[in-house]
Ligand binder design. Structure first.
Ligand code: PTJ
Length: 246
């Protein structure tokens, strides 16, 4: 769509669809990304397209975790790059997290297209072109990582994917923060901190929390994490989806 009227009742949804379609046209997003987006839309509809209180608490825990981490890394796929490029870069700058492109449907041309796209929004030093390490027990291309990025990270932020990589990260002793609209996905179920929310709301929300948390002593972040319950985050979202309430 050339122009989406801002007063359209589905403006935000149409804007995100437009970004995904344009991501495919630019060689950033895979065609499978369109299906993944549709699945996400359906869950978001059932979540009333709003951040649940539990998702807000999870975003705060994510901010606390990023604040306490020594080597945080944000993993980027074709959907994330198309949907929230500037937000991801802001979060990376604010939290001093590296960004690494890691794809399921991996091709060199997509990796280059994603990095050029992020560079056009002001990113520098995005990792992922030259993977030199492998994640254990992953038999597909998402195993390919860089030793200075995802492999040696202490915390990994994984926006929207459904995969077995989160389990592998956990086994390596990393803390995993997952943003996924499906509370039943393997990624959400395995994450240390599952944020059941749309990536376009969750990333700005983490930024907002980080801006406050980073002004406070580390003990504040430790306290937030000690009081965080991943089960509450998952079950509140599942109840909202199944029963319309929580
Ligand atoms: O770019 P690639 O090659 O790495 O491929 C990326 C996709 C997303 C295509 C790939 O990881 C995939 O096929 O993922 P799935 O298995 O479809 O899972 C995507 C998950 O993300 C589902 O649980 C969706 O509900 C969820 N999701 C989709 N859109 C959003 C989302 N979660 C948060 N925000 C969204 N906007």
């Amino acid at each position: 769509m050339d122009s989406i009227p801002p007063d359209h009742p589905r403006y935000q949804s149409l804007l995100l669809r437009d970004r995904i379609v344009s991501g495919i046209q630019k060689g950033i997003t895979s065609q499978h990304g369109l299906v993944a987006h549709g699945r996400g839309e359906a869950f978001d509809y059932l979540l009333s397209e709003k951040t649940l209180p539990s998702a807000n608490i999870a975003a705060k825990a994510a901010a606390a975790q990023l604040f306490l981490s020594k080597k945080p890394v944000i993993s980027i796929n074709g959907n994330t790059a198309a949907l929230v490029p500037s937000e991801i870069i802001s979060l990376s700058n604010l939290t001093k997290s590296k960004m690494e492109v890691n794809l399921f449907h991996r091709t060199d041309s997509r990796i280059h297209a994603i990095i050029s796209h992020l560079n056009s929004f002001g990113a520098t030093d995005v990792l992922g072109i030259f993977p030199d390490a492998n994640l254990p027990e992953i038999s597909h291309d998402r195993a390919k990582v860089t030793s200075e990025g995802l492999y040696s990270s202490d915390t990994v932020l994984v926006p929207l994917e459904d995969g077995d990589r989160v389990k592998s990260f956990n086994k390596m002793g990393k803390t995993t923060i997952v943003i996924d609209l499906n509370p039943l996905s393997r990624s959400s179920q395995s994450a240390t901190i599952p944020i059941i929310d749309n990536v376009h709301r969750a990333i700005p929300n983490i930024i907002r929390h980080f801006e406050i948390i980073s002004l406070l002593p580390p003990e504040n972040s430790i306290h937030i994490l000690e009081n965080f319950s991943r089960n509450e985050s998952l079950s509140e979202a599942e109840k909202k989806i199944r029963l319309g309430t929580f």
